[in-house]
Design a protein around this ligand. Sequence first.
Ligand code: FE2
Length: 224
Amino acid sequence: MLNLRSVHQADKRYAEMLDRILDEFRAISGMPPVIARNAGILISSPNAQVYYHADLPGQSLWQIRGVKRVYVYPPVAPFLTPEKIEGIILSGVEVNMEYAPWYDDYAVVADLQPGEMMHWPLHSPHRVDNHDCLNVSLTTEYWTDPIRRTVMMNCGNAVLRSKLGITPRSDAITGPGFWAKAALQAGVKRAGLLSKGRTASRPITFRLDPARPGALIDTPQNAG
Ligand SMILES: [Fe+2]
């Protein structure tokens, strides 16, 4: 699977398209202003899978070529629990979420055809099975102030639960309790306590060889 990240930074035509998409979203849904956005192009093999996971920002998936089956699960327990979302924040990795095959009975399942797109509730877990064909898809992401606050609240709760052994009782994203968590997560982030393992979790194992199209060069940690 090739994941071409942040294509809107590489070519301003993608940035303009992304802005048009998000403007239309706002016009239709009345959602708050977008404070950050991202777009990536996924190129994946026939029958490739993306395992069960959830993403922190608002997300949409746009199918360009090929067909993929997308399973979207409700963003409530047991599919998504506070512990699961806190795990994503603490590890910096979206995968490794607990999944059981019976979850599929509760999923919205769609075979996404070229020209079709899917959007789902914030933090809804999902997984993807490519049909037996090459797939090209666009992912778009956005952050609004409420989404940012939701992640800050979950991050504060993650610190309470994992570092201090306190079970969080609130998911408020306003008020004094929220701001205490915002300060807590900011302090912990500044101290680097959340970063352990985050960079190591996605090691760079190869790079493309500019002299030989299609060839990969192992990076030193992977060589030998
Ligand atoms: Fe995702």
